[in-house]
Design a protein around this ligand. Sequence first.
Ligand SMILES: NC(=O)c1ccc[n+]([C@@H]2O[C@H](COP(=O)([O-])OP(=O)(O)OC[C@H]3O[C@@H](n4cnc5c(N)ncnc54)[C@H](OP(=O)(O)O)[C@@H]3O)[C@@H](O)[C@H]2O)c1
Length: 360
Amino acid sequence: MQPTGASEELIPPTMPAVYLPAPPSGKNRKPKPSNLIYKADFPTPHCTETQYLVKVSATALCPGELEWPHLLHRRENGAVIGHDICGTVLSTPVADEHLPDGPRFKVGDRVFGLIELARDGGAADCVAAEEEELALKPQNISAVEAASIPLSALTAYQILCEHILFKDSMKEYGRHKDLPFRILILNGTGDVGIQAIQILRSKSIWRGYHIWVCATTTTTEHERFLRDELHADEVLNSVENPDLAQVWKHRNWPQVHLILDCMGGGALSRACIQGILDKAGATTSALEAICDPDKHQVEGGYFGVKPNGVQLGMISKLVEDGEIKPYVDKVFELHEAKEAMEYVESRKARGKVVVHVNYD
Ligand SMILES: NC(=O)c1ccc[n+]([C@@H]2O[C@H](COP(=O)([O-])OP(=O)(O)OC[C@H]3O[C@@H](n4cnc5c(N)ncnc54)[C@H](OP(=O)(O)O)[C@@H]3O)[C@@H](O)[C@H]2O)c1
C-alpha cells in the first residue's frame, strides 16, 4: 500500500544512506566503524500502512550501536544506523486516512523521535517511523540539537521516572529535605548521564522532592561542567578517587538509594562491592547487568530503552521550558558517518555526536 500525503514522484526509489553491511559468510567478527558504507542509492523505505515517511534533517549516533543485537540480527540486507532522528513528515499512514481528524502528525510537521532499534535508522535521506516513535520537535532548538535528545533522554526518563523512583520501595525517600533521595551516577558526562542529571533537576517532574545527585567523571575539566552547568550536588573524579567507599567514609556521606551506571566495564559491581549502596537501594545499568546480584544483594539490572511518543512529547515540553538542554559535542555530514562513529566509539564525547543529513 502506498503512503498518503506526498505524491510518489516526490519520493525517489533510492536515497543516500549509511549502513552496516552483512558480515562475510561464516564470520561473526565484532563490527567496526570502518565497516560502515555510504551508498548514494540505498532503497528508500517502503512504509507499512501504520508508518510515516520522514525526511531526515539529522540523526545522532550511540556508543555500542554497531553491536546491538537488534542490529546484528537483521544485517543480511544491511542495517541503516542512527536511531535518534529529527525531520519533516513527507507522508502519513494510510490506516489513519479515515480518522475524523486524520493522522496525528501532518505532512510538513517537524518531528523528532527514537526509531525502534530493530528497524532501519535515520542515517539516510528518509526513515519510516511509527506514530508512537515520534513527537513534535521542540520549537526552541535546531534540528541538529533535537536529534541529540530522544535516545538518551528517554533512557534516563524511563529508568528514573518509570522504572525506579516511583516504585513502592522507593516512595519513602525524597519527601523530606533531611531524607533526600540519594543517587550516584557513574559517568555523568556521557549523554545518558547528562540527560539523567537534567531530569533529576527538573522542577516540574520532582515538585516537592529532594534529590541529592553525585556524578562521576574521569576528566578534571568536566568536574566544573557537572557542578556548575548541570548542578550536581557532588562530583567525583573516579581516576583520583578509584575507591569510592573511601570517599563515602571520609566525607561521612549516607549510602545512596540508587546507582545509575552509564559507564560499564564492571564499574557498577565495584561500586556495590564498595558498600556505598543502601540495603534497600537499587542499581540499574544502561550497559550491563551487575555480575553477581546475589552476592551484592541488590535489586536491579540492565535496562533497555523503548520508543515512546507520549514520553517524548513530555520531554519536548521540558526542552521548551528550558529544563532539558541539548548537549551536542560534534556534528558530521552524512558522508562522514564513518568518522562520526569512530569519534563516538572513542568515548571522548561530552554529550552527543550528530550526523547532519538534509539542510532545511
Ligand atoms: N540500555 C539502553 O537503553 C541505552 C540507551 C542509550 C545508551 N546506552 C549505552 O549507555 C552507554 C553510555 O552512553 P553515553 O551516550 O551516555 O556516553 P559515552 O559515550 O559512553 O560517554 C562518554 C563519556 O564517558 C567518559 N568515559 C569515556 N571513557 C571512559 C573510561 N574508560 N572510564 C570512565 N569514563 C569514561 C568520558 O567522560 P569523562 O571524561 O567526563 O569521564 C566521556 O565524555 C553506552 O554504552 C550506550 O550504548 C544504553
